[in-house]
Design a protein around this ligand. Structure first.
Ligand code: ZN
Length: 241
């Protein structure tokens, strides 16, 4: 059994296609989505349709929540805000109801999934260091938890202390330790690497593999410009920021 775990797709259809075909090539049998399906990029409806068709466990992201609101909160960054109306206009009432129904935290088999953090999942805090990870670990009742939100793949491992791995490729799940693994972003990576990021959890072998996948970034960028979205949303894809 192999889970493909992906999130922070942010309406980037080309990146989502690339991740799903890489997952298929690596014989993934199950899918998990960590939220932020929409926002920022040009294909919210197409990405949402694909995720819904996968019929897999999904948790809610802050951009999914934003799309369902009937006002624009003042505490959202201007770049994120610009895309909200664009996104809402492309989703059906049924899509919005589906997004609104998503849970913040779910347990799947023996692991947990959350978009942002387990201590206050609905507040969308960012786990950026050992202290933040420590707060989340207090609420982690499974050995393994996957999260996203920062768009930076980083691993936090707790035994007597909390250890950080600023970049990771393969992690073996060992007894006596807990794992809080950020799988990076499919559609808008921010760790300086433009390639789409996701993880494969090999259940029998008890290891997790981070994958980086090239995608048709030129098409994704052109669609952003053609849609009249801020050009910065296109350029940042190439920067991986
Ligand atoms: Zn996000």
């Amino acid at each position: 059994m192999r889970f493909a775990i992906f999130g922070d797709i942010h309406s980037n259809l080309e990146a989502l296609h690339a991740v799903l075909s890489d997952a298929e090539a690596h014989h993934c049998t199950h899918y998990i989505c960590l939220g932020d399906i929409v926002g920022y990029n040009a294909n919210p409806k197409e990405c949402l349709d694909i995720v819904r068709a996968l019929d897999c466990p999904v948790v809610k992201g802050n951009h999914d929540e934003l799309a369902c609101m009937d006002f624009n909160p003042h505490n959202v960054s201007p770049l994120a805000n610009e895309g909200i109306d664009f996104t809402r206009a492309r989703l059906t009432e049924d899509d919005l109801a589906w997004l609104a129904s998503l849970k913040f935290v779910r347990q799947v088999r023996d692991f947990t999934i959350v978009h942002a953090t387990l201590d206050t999942p609905h507040k969308w805090g960012y786990v950026l260091n050992q202290l933040d990870a420590g707060a989340s670990f207090s609420y982690q009742h499974t050995q393994l938890c996957f999260f996203g939100h920062t768009h930076v793949p980083r691993a936090y491992i707790r035994d007597h202390h909390v250890h950080t791995m600023d970049s990771w490729e393969n992690i073996l799940i060992e007894a006596g330790r807990k794992y809080f693994l950020n799988i990076g972003s499919t559609g808008q990576p921010r760790d300086g690497d433009w390639r789409a990021s996701y993880a494969i959890y090999h259940v029998e072998e008890q290891y997790v593999q981070l994958r980086r996948v090239e995608y048709d970034i030129a098409t994704a960028q052109q669609k952003i410009l053609d849609a009249g979205l801020p050009p910065r949303l296109a350029s940042r894809l190439a920067d991986g920021r």
